[in-house]
Design a protein around this ligand. Structure first.
Ligand code: HPA
Ligand code: ZN
Length: 324
């Protein structure tokens, strides 16, 4: 089964580029950019990855970004991730990035997006892995800041496929960003939002995603299973759910294999993803392999989960068909 998963052509739809920052690259960039780190070795840093909820993860995730300073650093981060993904037979990725986590440290928006974009072009040409970029807004920052960043992105509109919403969900509901997402849709961008597992008011948040924002996809969305109405609406609209098993394990001590099986049984379009693979120490293959073991999924179920990622991807229809 492991070999079957490893050799399958795969797509990844939920991965934060900043969450692919491996400790080794972090130390190399810290040295190059003269940035002091709180740890002496990569091993010591990894030992500090004892997350138990979303905020405990986000604290370490944002602190580590201070080593990303120059365009070349964003290039390296993106190139390294795409190389790793390609080595796992992942042929297509939709990549999240968090510009506000960089502009708030004085790094120019252009520096971030140019470095990422250049690596995407090179990786497609030299490695044969295609990717598209999704700009995320930090939901614990203001809607005004999100709008400013959407305007900053306008000259780069054609380097983006969509916008997303991530970071701390508590007291930061989807409707806080209704106007920003309306404008993004008017710009021709696809819309997705995180509804992380077991968050406060999670069913309200999922319902706002569907009715107020009219998202094209939901990131995580595990808790939708608690409501038949939500499940029906998600299914009727053909919305994909980007589930991240190893990421979930830090919060609910399970790879959510039961929930994923329920989604398959209901005909919901669940996909498997890595979220922040450098922090959760699991890329796409490891997520699929561990999930398969926990839930004892058969080859048909794994094929459906992997196929769903291509089905609900934001590739043009004819390109999807190549993989299905
Ligand atoms: N949830 C919310 N925000 C995030 C995550 C996540 O899993 N990863 C990076 N930003
Ligand atoms: Zn995420």
């Amino acid at each position: 089964m492991q070999a079957f998963i490893e050799q399958m052509p795969k797509a990844e739809l939920h991965v934060h580029l900043e969450g692919t920052l491996e400790p080794e690259l972090s130390f190399a960039l810290a040295k190059k950019n003269n940035v002091p780190l709180d740890y002496q070795t990569p091993e010591e840093l990894i030992a500090a990855y004892n997350f138990y909820d979303l905020p405990s993860f986000l604290t370490i995730y944002y602190a580590a970004m201070k080593v990303l300073c120059e365009e070349e650093d964003f290039y390296q981060l993106t190139w390294d991730y795409l190389s790793k993904a390609r080595s796992q037979e992942t042929l297509y990725c939709e990549l999240f990035f968090d510009p506000q986590a960089h502009t708030s440290r004085g790094i120019a928006f252009d520096t971030v997006i140019r470095g990422i974009h250049r690596a995407q072009i090179d990786a497609e040409e030299k490695l044969g892995i295609k990717s598209q970029l999704i700009m995320c807004f930090l939901r614990d920052m203001s809607a005004e800041s999100a709008m400013e960043h959407l305007l900053m992105a306008e000259p780069y509109r054609h380097w983006l496929i969509g916008v997303g919403l991530d970071s701390d969900e508590k007291h930061n509901p989807p409707v806080k960003f209704a106007e920003v997402f309306r404008k993004a849709r008017d710009m021709g961008l696809k819309l997705t939002m995180h509804c992380d597992v077991n968050q406060l008011n999670t069913l309200v948040h999922i319902s706002q995603c569907l009715d107020d924002i009219q998202v094209d996809r939901i990131d995580h969305g595990i808790n939708s299973l608690e409501s038949d109405t939500l499940c029906e609406a998600i299914k009727a609209r053909g919305l994909g759910l980007t589930i991240c098993p190893v990421s979930n394990r830090f919060v609910v001590q399970s790879l959510t294999s039961n929930e994923i099986r329920q989604m398959l049984e209901k005909g919901m379009l669940a996909t498997i993803n890595s979220d922040d693979p450098a922090y959760f120490r699991a890329y796409l293959n490891e997520n699929l392999i561990e999930l398969q073991r926990e839930g004892n999924f058969n080859t048909e179920e794994i094929t459906t989960l992997v196929g769903n990622a291509f089905r609900v991807s934001w590739l043009p229809e004819p390109e999807k068909q190549v993989y299905l």
